[in-house]
Design a protein around this ligand. Structure first.
Ligand SMILES: [Zn+2]
Length: 506
C-alpha cells in the first residue's frame, strides 16, 4: 500500500511537470506537499520507472484516494474520495496569481491563446473532470425543428446515503454563499459542497464592474465557461446585461456569451448569483434561418424572427450602440406586453412574468444578438408553467429550460439510459406491448409513449433499431419542449408585439 502510494505520488508529480502545472525545479517541494496530504513522513524506497504520461490524472487520483481510504485518512464514500482527489490536485495547481499572470501574457498575444491555455490547465488540474464527462451519452437527432443535440448526463454520480446523512449532521456555514461565489477557488469543500483547491478564475472588467471567468466543471459543450459577478447579487436582465455581453465578446471574439433569464421557471438553476454562460461552440439554434425578416426602427440594425420553436428575435449589425438601443427597447416593451388571447400576461397579482434570454456572438465582423422572449406564468391547468414543458413531457424533462436548452442542446437525466434500455424490450418483442409496467417501475411513466412509438415501428426491431427509434422519438419530444416554451406559436402574435415598437415585416 505505502509502496503503491509512493509510486503514484511520483507519477503524479511527473504528470504535473509534463503538463506544465508545476516547474521541474519544484519536484521535491511538491512531493513533500503530497506526503503531507497522504500523512506520510517519508516516501517508501522503491525502484521507480517513469511511464508514458496519460491524458488525465484520473487514474493516479483514484489510486491515491483508494490508498487514503485504506490508510484510514478518509471515509469510504464517493464524496469523501472526491474531496480528497481535489485536495491532492490542489497541491499541483498553479496559484491564482500565477494563473492570472500566465493568462495575461498569452492574452497579449491573442485572446484564443489565453483561453486555450486556461482551458487545458483546468482539464489537466482535474477541475474539469474529463474522464467523468466522457461518460455522458451525446448524440444529434433530427426533429421537426431541425437537428437537436442531446446529452444524457451520466457524469453525476448517485448520492451515497452515507454522504446524505453526513451532510444533514453538518452545521450550515453559509460559506461560500453559493457555488459561483469568488470565495470558491481554494476552498477545501465539505460533504455536500465540492472541494475547489484546483479551481481558478480570471478577473475581467465588464460594463465598468468586476467580473470573473471560469470554466464550468460540468462542461456541457466545448470550452463551456461561466462569467460571474464579483458580488453575490441576483440575476437581473437589464441595459447593463447587454453592455456586459458586448464587453465580453469584444474581449473574447471567439466565444459567444449568453444569460439565463432572471425569473424562476424560465431561468437557470442559479438565480441568486448574477452570471453568464459562454464558450466556443455553435448550437442548433445558431443554424436556424430567418423566418420573418423585419425592418428595424433602429438604424443600422437588421432584424428577424428566426425559424425556431421558441420566439427568438435576431438582431444583427456592426454598430454595438445601435444593437444595445434596439435590445433595450425590445426588453422594455416585452416586460410590459400582454396578449390575453395567447395567455401572455405581463403581470398577475403584482408578479411580473416577462423576461428575455439574450445570447451574443460575433461572426465575420458582425454582431448577432439573439433575444428569446420568455414568460413564467403558471395556471391551474399548467402549475409548473404555461410556457414550460407540459405534463405529457415530464417523463423526459420537467426542469427549467435554461439558456443551453433554449439553444437546442438538451441535458437530460442519467436515469433515462436504463429506462430506455427497459423500453427497448417492448420494441423487440421481448416484452408484450400490452403489458403495462406496474408501480413503482420507472417504465410506467413512459408506457403510453412506447405504445405510440410501437404503432409506427412495430415490435420486431433489433435492439439497435429499438434504441434508434426511441432516440428519434426523444428528439421529437425535445422539439415539443421548445414549442411549449415558445411564447408566440404563430406569426400574427409576434408581429403584433413587434408592431408596437415600429417593426414592420420587410
Ligand atoms: Zn454567489
Amino acid at each position: 500500500m505505502l509502496k503503491l502510494a509512493t509510486e503514484t505520488m511520483y507519477r503524479l508529480v511527473d504528470f504535473a511537470v509534463a503538463k506544465g502545472l508545476i516547474s521541474p525545479i519544484d519536484r521535491p517541494y511538491c512531493l513533500n506537499r503530497l506526503l503531507e496530504v497522504m500523512q506520510l513522513s517519508a516516501p517508501e524506497k522503491i525502484d521507480y520507472q517513469p511511464e508514458e504520461i496519460p491524458e488525465t490524472a484520473t487514474r493516479y487520483l483514484d489510486t491515491l484516494a483508494e490508498c487514503a481510504c485504506k490508510l484510514g485518512i478518509i471515509g469510504q464514500s464517493g464524496e469523501n474520495k472526491d474531496l480528497f482527489r481535489t485536495k491532492v490536485m490542489g497541491v499541483l495547481t498553479p496559484s491564482p496569481a500565477e494563473v492570472r499572470s500566465e493568462f495575461g501574457k498569452r492574452y497579449a498575444d491573442a485572446p484564443e491563446k489565453a483561453t486555450e491555455w486556461f482551458y487545458q490547465m483546468c482539464r489537466d488540474s482535474d477541475y474539469i473532470k474529463v474522464d467523468r464527462i466522457a461518460k455522458n451519452q451525446r448524440f444529434f437527432e433530427e426533429s421537426p425543428c431541425g437537428k437537436l443535440e442531446i446529452t444524457i448526463n451520466l457524469s453525476k454520480p448517485e448520492k451515497d446515503p452515507r454522504d446524505i446523512a453526513a451532510q444533514r449532521a453538518m452545521p450550515q456555514t453559509g460559506y461560500p454563499k453559493c457555488m459561483l461565489c469568488v470565495e470558491n477557488p481554494g476552498y477545501a469543500g465539505r460533504i455536500g459542497f465540492p472541494a475547489r483547491q484546483n479551481h481558478r478564475m480570471i478577473p475581467l472588467t465588464l460594463g465598468g464592474g468586476n467580473w470573473y471567468m471560469q470554466y464550468s466543471p460540468y462542461l456541457y459543450y466545448n470550452e463551456h465557461c461561466i462569467v460571474l459577478n464579483e458580488n453575490h447579487v441576483p440575476m437581473r436582465i437589464c441595459h447593463d446585461t447587454f453592455v456586459r455581453l458586448f464587453d465580453f465578446v469584444e474581449q473574447f471574439p471567439h466565444y459567444f456569451l449568453g444569460s439565463n433569464a432572471d425569473l424562476p421557471i424560465v431561468g437557470g438553476s442559479i438565480l441568486n448569483h448574477d452570471h453568464f454562460q459562454g464558450g466556443n461552440y455553435r448550437f442548433p439554434m445558431d443554424e436556424a434561418a430567418d423566418k420573418i425578416v423585419l425592418n428595424c426602427p433602429v438604424e443600422g440594425v437588421k432584424a428577424s424572427v428566426i425559424d425556431w420553436p421558441m420566439t427568438c428575435i435576431r438582431l444583427r449589425g456592426e454598430n454595438r450602440e445601435a444593437l444595445i438601443t434596439a435590445a433595450d427597447q425590445l426588453l422594455e416593451a416585452w416586460r410590459g406586453y400582454s396578449d390575453p388571447e395567447r395567455s401572455i400576461f405581463a403581470e398577475t397579482r403584482g408578479q411580473k412574468h416577462n423576461t428575455i434570454t439574450p445570447i451574443l456572438r460575433k461572426e465575420n465582423g458582425q454582431w448577432t444578438l439573439n433575444l428569446v422572449l420568455r414568460n413564467n406564468l403558471t395556471t391551474l391547468e399548467h402549475p409548473l408553467g404555461v410556457f414550460h414543458p407540459h405534463e405529457d413531457l415530464h417523463h423526459i424533462k420537467k426542469e427549467n429550460i435554461g439558456l443551453i436548452e433554449v439553444m437546442g442542446l438538451f441535458i437530460l437525466p442519467g436515469r433515462l439510459v436504463s429506462e430506455f434500455e427497459g423500453l427497448t424490450k417492448y420494441l423487440t418483442g421481448q416484452r408484450s406491448i400490452d403489458e403495462i409496467p406496474r408501480d413503482p417501475s420507472p417504465l410506467r411513466q413512459h408506457y403510453s409513449w412506447v405504445v405510440q412509438i410501437a404503432k409506427t415501428t412495430g415490435t420486431e426491431l433489433t435492439h439497435e433499431q429499438a434504441l434508434e427509434a426511441i432516440h428519434k422519438a426523444l428528439a421529437d419530444k425535445c422539439a415539443r419542449v421548445l414549442a411549449d416554451c415558445g411564447v408566440f406559436k404563430d406569426e400574427a402574435g409576434v408581429l403584433a408585439f413587434l408592431n408596437t415598437l415600429g417593426y414592420q415585416k420587410a
